[in-house]
Ligand binder design. Structure first.
Ligand SMILES: O=P(O)(O)O[C@@H]1C[C@H](O)[C@@H](CO)O1
Length: 324
């Protein structure tokens, strides 16, 4: 039997061991002879059924916690935490700062699911697998997806600890033909050729600027363009200079493929990057980016970010923004 533990003081529960009904969990996707492995709509339904059997309500909001930002899940009242290794067909988190659990609960009174840990291409997961949880959230009923990430600041006006509301992206991996929607298209999720010119909800960005100002973060927020490289190495000076010339304001190793998958299945998307380091574009600089620094900045900014996310969410739903 999988264990359901009650968490002290939170009135919540935790499902932690790696077995379901006594069987070691088997990670399963489906093999297509011509294109290799993929999840099918039906295999994802098994994951959804499992989660529905553990959580007595359906989430409307999804939050993906970026590196060092797992504490956003602490905004949830009455949390039910389910470790990824208990969930049928779910990949495993392998990166420090990504705990590897879905946490269900109520944020600003709204039923919400947080991903405490995401999947990255550099971990060895293909993009369609990195994005599998987004389709699970959609099937569970999530209409609004908040995606967060840690990113390097390319825009010279950004300072460490600033927040960038993502208004657009440059899909560099897509330029090279790598896209999470590659392979057979299931119309039950979305169209073969989805538009991406309104991938980031403009009304929410406008509201986010207002909320940030109201809570005293007005001078620490920006709007900008995010781009994602495959990682895991940080970028060279020449690469960073090229990204600046392309018009990117921040660089990371995630998010773009998640945004594409979420838009494909018609979710309302809001993304922010926490600028955890300044990109080094001078050969003379001896500074070196590190994952430890990335996580530390996340920890330093967690209280402001929690306050911001809760207030923004509340106002989005009060004003019915992005409700389709
Ligand atoms: O998961 P995110 O995109 O927030 O994580 C960033 C990119 C790398 O995974 C890691 C580098 O420190 O942080």
């Amino acid at each position: 039997m999988s264990t359901l533990k009650f968490m002290n003081g939170h009135g919540g529960a935790k499902i932690t061991n790696g077995t379901i009904n006594g069987d070691a969990h088997v990670h399963k996707d489906v093999f297509h002879p011509e294109i290799g492995h993929r999840y099918t709509y039906e295999s994802l339904q098994e994951t959804v059924e499992f989660l529905r059997s553990k959580v007595p309500y359906l989430p409307e909001v999804g939050v993906i916690c970026g590196s060092g930002l797992g504490s956003l899940a602490e905004c949830l009242d009455n949390p039910i935490e389910i470790s990824y290794d208990c969930i049928p067909h779910f990949p495993r988190s392998t990166v420090k700062g990504h705990v590897g659990a879905l946490v269900f609960g109520f944020m600003s009174g709204l039923p919400t699911v947080c991903m405490k840990g995401r999947f990255h291409y550099y971990e060895g997961y293909p993009l369609w697998k990195c994005c599998m949880p987004i389709r699970i959230m959609k099937l569970l009923g999530v209409s609004h997806l908040f995606i967060t990430n840690a990113a390097g600041g390319l825009n010279p006006s950004f300072r460490v600890g600033d927040i960038m509301f993502v208004k657009d992206h440059i899909n560099l991996m897509g330029f090279a033909g790598n896209n999470p929607l590659q392979g057979p298209n299931d119309e039950r999720f979305g169209p073969r050729f989805p538009p991406m010119n309104q991938a980031y909800n403009r009304e929410i960005i406008k509201l986010a600027n207002k909320v940030a100002k109201d809570i005293g973060l007005g001078d620490r927020v920006h709007e900008g363009v995010y781009t994602c490289l495959g990682g895991p190495n940080f970028e060279t000076v020449a690469e960073l200079r090229m990204l600046q010339m392309l018009g990117a304001d921040a660089v990371g190793m995630s998010t773009v493929h998640e945004v594409i998958t979420a838009n494909h299945c018609d979710m309302t998307v809001f993304v922010f990057s926490l600028i955890t380091n300044e990109c080094i574009v001078e050969y003379e600089s001896l500074a070196k980016p590190s994952h430890e620094e990335v996580i530390d900045v996340g920890t330093q900014r967690e209280n402001s970010l929690k306050q911001f996310v809760k207030e923004l969410l509340k106002q989005i739903f009060e004003n019915r923004i992005g409700t389709k």
